[in-house]
Design a binder for this molecule. Structure first.
Ligand code: PGA
Length: 253
């Protein structure tokens, strides 16, 4: 595969895999697949499994990510977790603005922008998620929606502080078994890359990893991964099965 960017493949376990299941996953996944230097594999367990997962992967090349964060360092924010805590526990990545956070928990752009800043402040790489709903795609509003989400959420992204990772996840493809076709995904990824070039600079647009998410599985991953501007995946459902997730990771080699 002629791409200079290191593939980035992220497991988003959502509200699955408590401590014992996450340990079972790591044991079986690491016997399934040995990850070498070039490809980055990130596991994003729920908060309560972060610590045990962090210990379990300490002798591997896998990295740890969180699914969310609060933008303040500490304070009266019942139920929330700051970037300092995530750093302390060993997170290298954090998902920001997942569609479930945007649409189920109604997180506004303003919060997401502050979360990106907080993650960068702790040198945790934000994986910033964007994606249109079905009616927006049908009304030919896909790019308008995504451009708005990028502008709002990345307006304070500080170039040079952490790498940039963006996940394109069409809302209609998440957990539905209905993935975007490789060419639908590539079209949006190339627009996102152009946008990064125009808003930051060419070098950042060359380096930025743009992931696809939405019903990725072992039978569609290789075709999607071949696309020029697709640098990896954010995987939900299929990341809960060590064998399936290993097969998806192999499509990044
Ligand atoms: P899915 O979820 O792979 O189950 O569609 C992707 C995601 O929500 O990140």
């Amino acid at each position: 595969m002629d791409k200079s960017r290191n593939p980035l493949i992220v497991a988003n376990w959502k509200m699955n895999n408590g401590i014992s299941d996450s340990l079972k996953f790591v044991a079986s996944f690491s016997s399934e697949l040995k990850v070498t230097g070039r490809i980055e594999v990130v596991l994003c367990p729920p908060f309560t499994s972060l610590y045990s997962t962090s210990i379990a992967i300490s002798e591997t090349h896998y990295k740890l990510g969180a699914q969310n964060l609060h933008w303040e360092d500490a304070g009266a924010y019942t139920g929330d977790i700051s970037s300092l805590f995530l750093k302390e526990i060993g997170c290298s990545y954090v998902i920001v603005g997942h569609s479930e956070r945007r649409h189920v928990f109604n997180e506004p752009d303003e919060w997401l922008k502050k979360k990106v800043v907080a993650a960068q402040k702790s040198e945790i790489i934000p994986i910033f998620c964007v994606g249109e709903k079905l009616e927006e795609r049908e009304n030919k509003k896909t790019w308008d929606v995504i451009e708005h989400q990028l502008k709002a959420g990345l307006s304070m992204f500080e170039r040079g502080k952490t790498p940039l990772a963006i996940a394109y996840e069409p809302v209609w493809a998440i957990g539905t078994g209905k993935n975007a076709t490789a060419s639908q995904a590539q079209e949006v990824h190339s627009q996102i890359r152009d946008w990064v070039g125009a808003h930051f600079d060419r070098a950042l647009s060359d380096e930025a990893r743009i992931l696809y998410g939405g019903s990725v599985n072992p039978s569609n991953s290789a075709e999607i991964m071949k696309q020029k501007d697709i640098d990896g995946f954010l995987v939900g459902g299929a990341s809960l099965d060590p064998k399936k997730f290993a097969d998806i990771v192999r499509s990044g080699f």
